[in-house]
Design a protein around this ligand. Structure first.
Ligand code: GLN
Length: 341
């Protein structure tokens, strides 16, 4: 055999060996079309679900249109795929807790958050006072109200106005656009948040509140009243999925290390006392809010979010949970779905 024919035979066998791998890789590729098809199917399948009820302990939330239903995915490489109503905005509520926690981790380091707030799930409802009392102010978790108000109190800034601006700037950087306040929701909750104020004062009594409790509760209430749509939430999740760099603006919002410590808290406490059930069924770190928003992070791949106000008994959007679980299964992106070698 000549040298050329030997080379030719080697090249052909190499191609024959690699070919099935190429096909397989293409099969598993997460194309825009595949994601769109999954969103379309999920939308059609769940749009008529009637279960759940808007939150009404914040009076303004009861007046939000329960039919708002929007789904968005923002991939780590910056593609945006949507279905349904992505124009209607709802208040971000508890979803904001993730990004204030991330802001604290970024500014103070992950150990400080573990020491000053705690990162274990309380296993109690999101505004539990029992959880604070049981642990004497420790292990209160930044993704439920006590830990979240403490997290807000830790944000850098000499006064309330500076802290607030800092929070809006960070939440906006995650969303990739300037977020603004839903004034009616803020006023409605601020006039009726004695329970959160009690939580903040109880933490102060245990030495676990790091700013004036009344002002910290007020900033926290404003933070929860920022207006977002499904695409904003998906971009926020997409930024975490992309290691802290916003996939749309390409700006670094937080470090890779901050994301490393943010996602596990979402995995263990993102859906209040139903966090375990959620994680068991989806494998994705996620966070819900009583405004009807729910976002989930598929690390390295995409952020997904759904806005649909009717909630289940634990305070999580009914349709959002159904949609995200469906899409995760359909696209086979549960990180625990492991292909044996
Ligand atoms: N602002 C709301 C509260 O403090 C947020 C609760 C939530 O979304 N679970 O009650």
């Amino acid at each position: 055999m000549t040298r050329t024919s030997v080379l030719l035979v080697m090249t052909i066998s190499l191609i024959m060996f690699i070919h099935p791998c190429i096909i397989k890789a293409q099969d598993n590729a997460l194309t825009k079309e595949k994601i769109q098809a999954a969103l379309d199917e999920a939308y059609a399948k769940f749009k008529d679900v009637k279960e759940g009820k808007n939150a009404d302990y914040i009076k303004e939330l009861a007046t939000v249109d329960p039919k708002i239903f929007g789904i968005a995915v923002v991939t780590a490489d910056g593609q945006v795929i949507t279905k349904g109503d992505i124009d209607s905005k709802v208040s971000i509520q508890s979803v904001s807790k993730v990004f204030t926690m991330a802001q604290d981790i970024e500014e103070l380091g992950h150990q400080a958050i573990q020491d000053k707030i705690g990162v274990d799930a309380t296993g109690e409802v999101f505004n539990s006072i029992v959880a604070i009392e049981r642990m004497r102010g420790k292990e209160i978790n930044p993704l439920v109200n006590p830990g979240a108000i403490a997290a807000t109190s830790l944000v850098a800034g000499k006064d309330s106005a500076v802290k607030w601006k800092h929070i809006v700037d960070v939440q906006s950087a995650f969303a990739g656009r300037q977020l603004s306040l839903n004034m009616p929701v803020y006023i409605s909750e601020a006039g009726d948040n004695l329970r959160n104020q009690a939580i903040a004062h109880l933490l102060l009594a245990y030495g676990r509140m790091y700013f004036d409790p009344v002002q910290a509760t007020d900033i926290y209430t404003k933070q929860c009243a920022l207006n977002v749509n499904a695409k904003d939430l998906a971009t926020m999740a997409g930024t975490l999925a992309n290691g802290g760099v916003n996939p749309l603006t390409k700006k670094k919002v937080v470090s890779q290390e901050t994301v490393l410590y943010t996602l596990p808290v979402m995995a263990t406490a993102g859906l209040y006392d139903d966090s375990g059930i959620w994680y068991y069924n989806s494998g994705l770190p996620a966070k819900s809010g009583v405004g009807g928003g729910l976002l989930a992070v598929c690390p390295g791949k995409f952020g997904i979010a759904v806005v649909s106000p009717p909630l289940d008994a634990a305070g999580n959007s009914v349709k959002a949970q159904l949609v995200i679980k469906y899409v995760v299964e359909k696209l086979k992106v549960n990180p625990f779905l492991i292909q044996p070698k």
